[in-house]
Design a protein around this ligand. Structure first.
Ligand code: FAD
Ligand code: SF4
Length: 509
């Protein structure tokens, strides 16, 4: 009987994939824990544990449904730790007559699998991962001939194509976007709700990772691991989001506070990026929940969330395939500095950064505005090389997979793409951070000072950034105002001097 080997990568845990509709004794599913994947960047310990645990759970689920699964653990003797060697060995040893794989989401793996397929002497076939709403090339074709890829027009198309928040041909309640209602600072702690957690023992996995001497970053107290690592747990997190957090999602989406790490964010990115949940089922559930609770939940909460998933997430994936591999080399501002050492400890006097980085090291999580307007904002103002920024983000977050990390980091956050993803750099002075929450109240620096002792570094770095990049930014119609303000500043020279001082002493901030 002809035998087929099907590869399932660690982020392809889609139990609704058509591969699994029927059991077939001639098909073996191969799942591999590999050093190739643990070592291409230093990952957060919780990320390594979460991937391996989710993969193991998925393999068990497939086995219980009657599928043939060959799961190779990291410490098994036959594990050569490299994808190509493992596949070649399996095909030869078990005499497979066909090899199949789902299209990977990362360029690196896409290239590797193409090479593997070319080297195998049996027929090879790639199939869709059946996760995203669009195909890989959709965004590229959608924006054909345009310099800037406007997310909003893509998002509206997704709403129409998938009938999400639509009344016939019109957007529900007459508007596509309620973003201007989504920017409040959180003033009342009592509004906060507990996150849905799934604590589980992971000491065996931690022991295995330690024994293998895998270099990881961040913290994990063994009885505190609580990321959803199965479809069942992921669905519970989604239910919890709908019933407890959706009510304020949009309102406090941009809030920055020391009170709680998750606020009203869903914590669904890992579950979606590993494909335990599909983006369409997530937004359909959120829409249905909103529809049946319109008396208590405003549309802006649901629309704000849906835009992130079928807008930003889907769009970033399309940008990735439209622009890779060149995207990974872009450095529009030619920034060259190294990250300050405190990115690996959180030990800086700047409260916004010590809190956001500290939280990332503790939980492998920071919400969007911490990633964009605190950490990314600082890295851009400080002129950090985008390679440094990319590998830090790619390592530290539970949900960091290159297609969605690099487009956010190099594109949205660092503007290293010169304006493909965003129309202007996301930078701000202390003003924005102060307005969005309570960080500045607990800080050693003064958000109202630009120069002198204790002046908030964001203030002088902000003007230094604009001054230094005048040629590249002055003609941008969304930025002209900043240059007019800069020119009127009486203390401009002192501000720039203050910034130079901070830039020369980044490790001491
Ligand atoms: P919520 O706030 O609850 O949002 C709901 C969902 O929307 C998320 O789960 C996510 O799937 C999606 N989403 C929201 N914003 C974006 C976005 N900009 N791009 C893509 N999807 C989005 N997201 C990742 O999944 N992996 C990354 O490696 C990653 N790196 C980032 C780096 C930077 C510099 C920035 C600014 C953002 C990054 N994001 C990344 C996007 C976003 O910050 C995370 O998806 C979000 O914080 C995950 O938490 P959550 O599930 O609680 O999100
Ligand atoms: Fe951050 Fe400046 Fe506010 Fe301190 S004062 S928390 S460094 S913005």
């Amino acid at each position: 009987m002809p035998k087929t080997l099907r590869l399932i990568l660690g982020d392809q845990l889609n139990s609704n994939h058509s591969w699994f509709k029927e059991t077939d004794p001639s098909v073996t599913y191969l799942m591999l824990e590999m050093r190739q994947e643990t070592d291409y960047v230093s990952h957060h310990i919780q990320k390594v544990v979460a991937f391996f645990l989710s993969m193991r759970n998925f393999a068990e689920q497939l086995k219980s449904e009657g599928h043939e699964v060959n799961y190779v653990k990291l410490d098994q003797d036959e594990n050569t730790q490299a994808l190509d060697k493992m596949i070649y060995a399996m095909v030869e040893e078990h005499q497979f007559s066909q090899f199949e794989y789902q299209l990977p989401d990362e360029y690196r793996l896409d290239q590797q699998l193409k090479t593997i397929a070319a080297n195998l002497s049996i027929p090879c076939r790639s199939v869709d991962s059946e996760h995203f709403l669009t195909e890989r090339e959709y965004v590229k074709d959608f924006f054909h001939g345009k310099k800037t890829f406007l997310m909003e027009s893509f998002y509206q198309q997704m709403r129409k194509d998938f009938s999400i928040l639509m009344d016939g041909k019109e957007p529900t309640e007459g508007k596509w976007n309620f973003d201007h209602e989504n920017r409040a600072a959180l003033k009342d702690k009592r509004l906060l709700r507990k996150a849905k957690v799934h604590p589980k023992p992971v000491s065996d996995l931690m022991e295995m990772i330690k024994k293998a001497e895998i270099k990881t970053i961040g913290k994990l107290n063994e009885d505190e691991f609580d990321w959803p690592c199965s479809r069942e747990e992921s669905l519970e997190v989604l239910d919890h989001f709908c019933s407890h957090l959706l009510i304020h999602f949009g309102d406090y989406q941009d809030a920055l506070t020391t009170w709680d790490p998750f606020l009203f964010h869903s914590r669904l990115s890992f579950a979606m990026n590993t494909k335990m949940l599909s983006p369409l089922e997530v937004v359909q559930k959120v829409e249905a929940y909103w529809k049946s609770h319109q008396d208590t939940i405003d549309i802006s909460q649901a629309e704000g969330f849906i835009r992130q998933v079928i807008g930003w997430r889907e769009y970033m994936r399309g940008i990735y395939w439209a622009k890779m591999p060149d995207f990974a080399e872009l450095n529009f501002f030619d920034h060259q500095r190294a990250l300050p050492k405190w990115f690996w400890t959180g030990k800086t006097k700047m409260k916004c950064l010590s809190h956001s980085i500290g939280q990332s090291l503790d939980l492998a999580y920071a919400h969007h505005i911490q990633r964009l307007m605190v950490i990314g904002n600082f890295a851009l103002l400080a002129g950090i090389h985008p390679d440094e920024v990319d590998s830090w983000y790619l390592g530290i977050y539970i949900d960091a997979i290159e297609w969605v990390e690099i487009t956010n980091t190099r594109g949205m956050s660092q503007f290293a793409d010169g304006g493909i993803v965003g129309t202007k750099p996301y930078v701000s002075s202390a003003n924005y951070i102060k307005k969005q929450g309570n960080y500045c109240t607990h800080c050693a620096y003064d958000p109202n000072k630009k120069i002198g002792d204790g002046a908030c570094p964001f203030n002088s770095l902000y003007w230094h950034f604009y001054d230094g990049n005048r040629e590249k930014l002055e003609k941008n119609p969304r930025i002209g105002m900043a240059y007019r303000t800069l020119e009127k500043m009486k203390d401009k020279d002192e501000i720039l001097k203050q910034a130079e001082h901070y830039l020369n002493n980044l490790n001491e901030l």
